[in-house]
Design a protein around this ligand. Structure first.
Ligand code: 5GP
Length: 251
């Protein structure tokens, strides 16, 4: 069997050269990390769930005209995506205070924000992905003003879509992180949603009980991460009901 070329291995995913030019195979690992990889574990089935959930969200976004890198799912753990140049920013949208915003500003977790707040962090593990302003982004040339206008608009569209999708199944979208990629169509550059959208990169709370259904379950030792992610998948109709307890068996 021909060996394929690994392009990059991150904390939760591996990227391989794709079968056609301009494509990449994105493999979802079971590894979970938090606090800049200080806390690590292998969570059976997490990669399968995130592959499915990211497919579900990205397909929905593509359908409403929000461009993403997603092309098609290949198997349980892999999806084919467009190769793109990742803008070195984590784009965070917050609807309710939580996590680092609560710590930084002393706002109680769960406080509804007056409007969605978009933050940018510079993608650099060694620095712990520090919060940056648009001034830094412009001065260091990480993105142009036109890019920033497009990124803000993409982030808010993703927020509206994801908030509505979650609300429909009794889940509050507290906040999330997306990454943005540049693709070139001839001479024109376009920005698209890249990386993944999954409970690894969102905060999702049950509207009735406040139960956490996202990576904070792992970060804060609140129980089984696959149970939480399976519950999100089950409510969204992403997992066949008979396989809810055994996500690794889904093809
Ligand atoms: P916070 O800044 O409160 O830690 O995170 C805000 C939101 O962005 C949360 O939903 C969190 O999961 C997501 N997020 C922030 N940084 C990262 C990251 O490096 N990786 C992932 N997967 N999500 C992140």
């Amino acid at each position: 069997m021909a060996r394929r070329k690994k392009i990059y291995e991150g904390k939760a995913k591996i990227l391989y050269e794709g079968p056609e030019p301009g494509t990449i195979v994105q493999y979802f690992k079971d590894d979970a990390t938090a606090f800049n990889a200080e806390k690590k574990d292998v969570i059976d089935g997490k990669g399968v769930l995130n592959n499915r959930l990211s497919e579900f969200f990205m397909t929905g976004l593509n359908q409403i005209g929000v461009p993403t890198h997603f092309i098609r799912r290949l198997n349980m753990r892999e999806q084919l995506v467009r190769n793109c140049e990742i803008v070195p920013l984590e784009v965070i949208v917050r609807n309710y205070a939580a996590g680092t915003m609560s710590k930084r500003l002393g706002i109680a977790e769960g406080t509804q924000l007056p409007r969605p707040i978009v933050e940018y962090c510079y993608k650099d593990d060694a620095l712990g992905d520090p919060l940056v302003t648009e001034e830094h982004i412009a001065a260091f040339g990480w993105a142009s003003q036109q890019d920033m206008d497009d990124i803000l608009s993409l982030a808010l569209r993703v927020n509206d879509f994801m908030s509505g999708m979650m609300l429909a199944v009794g889940i509050r979208l507290v906040d999330f992180k997306i990454e943005i990629g540049r693709v070139f169509d001839g001479d024109f550059q376009r920005l698209i949603v890249a990386d993944e959208i999954s409970p690894d990169s969102c905060r999702l709370w049950d509207i009735e009980t406040g139960q956490k259904l996202d990576k904070d379950v792992f970060r804060r030792d609140l129980g089984s991460l696959t149970d939480a992610y399976s519950e999100v998948a089950r409510r969204l109709g992403v997992l066949p009901k008979s396989n809810v307890a055994k996500p690794t068996l889904i093809n």
